[in-house]
Every structure is written in C-alpha cells, then in structure tokens.
Design a protein around this ligand. Sequence first.
Ligand code: ATP
Length: 769
Amino acid sequence: MSNIKVGVKFRPIVENEIKSRQWIVNGNEIQSKNSKHKFSFSNVFDESSTNHDVYSLCAQNVLKSLDGYNGTILTYGQTSSGKTFTMMGDNNTKGIIEMAIDDIFDTIDVLNDKNFNLRVGFIEIYNEKIYDLLDKSRKEIKIFDYQGQLETNQNEFIVKSKEEILKYVKIGNRNKHIAATMLNEFSSRSHTIFSISIDSTNSIGDTKSSKLIFGDLAGSEKPDITKNSFNEGLHINKSLLALGKIIRELSKPNANIKNVRFRESLLTRLLASSLGGNSYTTIVCTASPVSFEETFNTICFAQNAEKTKCKPISNNINDSAREVTILKTQVQKLQKELELERSRIFDNSIINFNSTYQVTHTVRKTESLKRKFHVDPEETICEHATKIFVQTDTSAVDENMELIEELKNQVADFKNENENLKAQLSECNQNLDNLIHMKESLKHDLKEESHKGWKIKEKCKMLRNKLVRKKEKLSSMKANLIDTHDGLDKACDESFKEQYESDLMHKNLIIFGLEKELKKLKDALKNTDRNKQFVSCAVNTEADPFEVQKLEQEIYNQHHMIHDLNMKNQELLYNNQVLQKQLEETILKANEMMKERDEFRRINNTMKMNFQESIRNTRNQFHNLVEQKQKQAIDFRKQLTESRNDELKNHLKLQEHYEKQFNILRISNRKLNAKIEALESELNAKNESELQKSKIADASIRELILTRDQESEKIKFIKSRYERKLTETVKYLEKVLNQKDKELNEIKKLQNSKESNNLIDKLVAINIH
Ligand SMILES: Nc1ncnc2c1ncn2[C@@H]1O[C@H](COP(=O)(O)OP(=O)(O)OP(=O)(O)O)[C@@H](O)[C@H]1O
C-alpha cells in the first residue's frame, strides 16, 4: 500500500497582486494572511520553485512504471493557477511530461538488455464526452468494459523516440477545446489525459506492461465564475465534484473501495485504477496566493488526497503472448550463440592463418636475403643457415597448409550448417511473427467484435427502452380509452336513464291520474247503477212525483256526467294510447340508442381488440427481433468461439510444431556446440603447437637474423678489407702503370731503333705475360 503523493504548488505572484496576497508559504507550511488557517504538507512549493523541483520531489517516483507498475500524475487547481504550465511547460521550461519522457528514455538506455515497446494516446473529456485528441476526425470515443478492464477505442501510436512523443503531445494540445474565460484567456475547459503505455520484455521473455497517465484537469473553481459557459462549467464541476467526493471517501480510515462510486463521472471512471487501485499516483495541486476561497478548497482537496492509499502491483503478461515472446527471445539467443560460435571459429582460423602467414613471410624474407648476398664471397655461411631454416619452415608450411585446408573445409561445413540453421530460424521467426501478428489481429478483431457486441447491446437497450416507452404510452392510451369509454357509457347511461326515468315518471303520473279518474268513473258508474236500482225501487214503491222528477233530473245529470266521464275516459284512453305509443316510441328510441351504444361498444371493443392485436403484433415483432438479434448474437458468439477455438487449436498446433522444431534445433545446436567444443579444443591444441612452432621459428629467425647481422658485419669488414686492398692494389697498379708509362715513354724514345723495337716487343710480351 502506498499513499497518493501530493504536492501543493503556488504560482508566482505578479506585481499588481502583491497587495491582495491571501496565503503565505513557510517551508512545508501554508498559512492564511490572518494566520487563522494553517496547513502542512510533505511537499509544498512556493512561488520561486520550478517545475523541476516539483518533478524531482513529487513525480519522479511514478516512473517505477517502467518495471510493470502503473503511474498517474494529475494537476488539480483553479483556472490560471499553473496546471498546464506544470504539466506541459512552455517554450523555455520543461513540464512534467517532458521530464518524465527524458527519464523514460534514460532508463531504456540503461536497461539495454530489455526490449521496450512504447505507445502513446491523448484524450480529452469535454462536457461528459470523450474525444480523441490524436484523431483528425475528432470523433467521440467510447469506453467499455472488456474482460473486466476499462477499455477505450482511442488511437494509440507506437513511438520510438522522445521527439516522436513530444510531437504527439503538441498535436493533442493543438486540438484541445480552449475557451476564453474571464480568468485566463486560453484557459482549458476540459480534462486532458495523455498516456504512455510501456511494455518491457527481458532476455528470458518476461513481459511487464505499465501505463503512465498524465492528467491535466480543468479549473476547479465554481461554475458561476465562467458565466458564458455555464453548461460547460456544470460538467467540469460535476466531474471534479465526483473526484473530490471519491477522494474524501478514500481518505477515510476504513475506506472500502467497493463502496466508492467511480461511475459517477467519466473522469472518475477513467481514473478509477489511479485513485484506488493499482497505481503510483501523484497529484500536484496548483494554487494562487491571491485567491482565498479557491486556494482554501484546493488545500482541502490536497489534504484528503494525501490520506488516500493505492496498492500498486506489477503487471506481468503471462498469456500465450509471453510464451511467444519467450520462444522468440530463445530463438534470438540461439541465433546470437551460433553467430558467436561462427565468428569464434572464423577468428581462430584467421589467427592460425596469420601465424602460418608469418612463417611464410619469414621464409620469403630469408630467400630475398639469400638472393641479395648471392655474389658475396662469404655467402656459403648464410646460404647454409637459410637452407636449414627453409627446410624446417617448408615442412611447417606444408603442415599448416593442410591444417588450413582442413579448417577451411570445416568452416565451410559450419557455414553451410549455419546457413541452414539461420534459414530455419528465420523461418521460425517469420512464423512466430506471423503468429504474433495473427494474434494481434485476432485481439483487434475481438476488440472490434466486442465493441460491435457492445453496440448491439446498446441498440437492444435502446430498443427495449423504446418498447417500454411505447408500452407505457399504449397503457396510458388504453387507460384513457377505458376512461373515455366508461365516461361515454356512463354519460350515455345517465342521460338515457334520466330522460327515460323522467319520461316514465311523467307517463306513470299521467297513467296514475287516468287510473284515478277511471276509478272515479267506475265508482260513479257503480253509484249510477245503485241509483237505477233505487229509482226502480222507488217506482215500485209509488214515490212522490216531485221526488221522482228530482231523481230523474239527477239521473239525467248522472247520465250526462257518465257520458262526460265516458267521453273523458275515451279521451283519456286515447291519450293513454298516444302516451303508450309515445312510450313505445321512446322505448324504441331507447332501444335504438341502446343498440347504438352496443354498436359503439362493439366498435370500441373491435378497436380495442385491433389495438391489442397491433400491440401484440408489435410485441411479437419486437420479440422476434430480439430473438433474432439474440440468435445472431449467439451465432456470432458461437462463430467467434469456434473461430477462437480453431485459432487456438492452430496456435497450439503451430506452437507444438515450433516447439518440436525448437527441440530439434536445440538438439542440433547442442550437437553443434559439442562439435564446436571438440573442434575448439582441437584448434586450441593445434594453435598451441603452432604457437610453439612459431616460437621456435621466431627464435631461429632471431638467431638467423643475429647470425645474418654478424655475418653482414663480417662481410662488411671483409668488404672494407677487400676494398682497402683493392685501393692499395689500384694505387700500386697506378704506380706500376705510371712507372710503365715512364718506361713506355723511354721506350718510345727508343722506338726508331730496331733494337729498341725488339726490346719493346720483348717488354710488351713480358708485360702481357
Ligand atoms: N510557476 C510558474 N512560473 C511561471 N509562469 C507560470 C507559473 N505558473 C503559471 N504560470 C503562468 O500562468 C498562466 C496560467 O497558467 P496555466 O495556463 O498553466 O493555468 P491553468 O491552471 O492550466 O489554467 P486552466 O485551468 O485555465 O487551464 C500561464 O501564462 C503560465 O505561463
């Protein structure tokens, strides 16, 4: 476990800000102007400190990354406090990134027994969307979980040099979203993350991979400061708030990483492993000495960050790629060994050849010496010595020549064998490269397919959401329809009932009135019958005529009344019939209305059924679509697994084949080594004997040279003696000649005489003789 390293860095104060200073730095202590607030940190950098100070004290430790650890360096602070300056530097000052790159390449130079593979990427989080800063099209990129790891489809470029990395940093910076704010004209309004992925492989094929992240976060001030881009400010603030929240959570003594909600913002999602996971992390909190509140917030953030713990673990790659790398390095090693052996054999033969050459050269030299002193009277001694030497050396040369021939043949054999092995090895290498390439492309395909799968998933999700929305809409429509229907039913029922009931009541009232009157009439009729009886009774009882007249009048009245009543009754009956008819009509109308209502209900029901049918159809269609997609996904997965299995099988087969070949190679190499060793020992023995011989030859040469020198001295001496004798003789002869000339002159004088002539002849004859 290691704590996040935190450095608090204050930007330099400008002249017109001196009076508004709010914070004072004293060693590793920061205090407010009124001394009310005091904070201390392990690393505080005052206004005079440089980027190099920050890097060496706070950030350099992150470069453990080269050994398979992840590393993160973040700059956090308000706008204009110097985050970008610290991370990127400017034209005259190096930033953390450049210093880290220098260190990375220095380390690579030192660890020259390892192979390094570097890739760089540069992304920007702007308004909760990720953009690739190294992509010309500036497309939005996605993040997704791939085998439990967070992956993005961002571009990563392989780099070989410092300059190349800096070129990509420059390109990314140029593409950044920059908006003018009140605080800093070119203030960056987005979070940018520059990453360097490093894979290192040692001589035995162990591969360690690590990732370095350099995050330059956007200004941490409150959003209302940048009124012009409130939405932007909200997004920035949201991610920084989430970051602050996570840091607060993680700084608690019993913090449980599982409970921390990294998914709250894209920034925290991307930094999850840097903040609570497998990474060495440094946060440089930049602050302004003149801003009280923002600096106070930055310091609080720094305090929490300092308490946060990470657990860096070295990343080893131990999949088949590693095996391939191991095999590849083994091949390289074998190749190197063979190369070495070959050069050793070659060197030995050259040494041998050189010693032979020396002997031959000495012979030649001696012969030339011999030729030089050929006319010398003393040559015999020299000739003799040379002869001995030449005899010994000619046999050595012959022997050497044989040896050279033998060695030459052996070297040629080795060369052929080496060429074959080399060809086999290069074939193996090529196959391995192909395998790696295949694996890479497979990995790439897999990544793409999983991305596609993710896209399909997203589409399914979208479709499902759409369906849910449609369903909701339908159910609300259904509810509305039922409500309307019920309302209509109710309204229809109520109005009809009311009308019907009022009609019925009215008609009932009329019928009741008519019935009442009918009863009255019937009673009256009954009374009339009783009167009739009474009259007949009275007639029978011989009644008073006046009374009879009265009665008759009354009867007449009664009859009249009955007639009226009958008339009325008929009228009422007629009315009743009319009403009955009206009632029937109303009932008919009501029936018709009921029929209409039923028809309406029926239509409504059919509509409802149709609607339900269409929903069912849509649902079925959707289900079919989902099933189809699922089937496709299953098929696709099956195909993928099959192809993966096939690839794996092929891979295993190839691996087996290569292993076999490797074994054969290893055995032949071992044999070769044994052969080489035997030859080496033979050669060494031969070399030693050659050396002895050459030593002897050297000694005899030296002796010969000595003798030669002595002889040449002697010769010189003899030569000078002879020369001296010769001059003396010449002088003597000259003298004699002079004398003879004188005698000749005298003789010439005597030429005329015969005697003298005879004398001359005699003298000449003597002289010739
Ligand atoms: N230590 C320093 N020495 C010299 N100049 C500095 C220093 N710190 C910051 N500056 C200057 O202050 C200005 C603002 O700095 P910078 O752009 O790095 O701020 P920032 O915090 O990244 O702002 P933003 O959040 O808006 O991107 C720049 O002109 C930079 O050169």
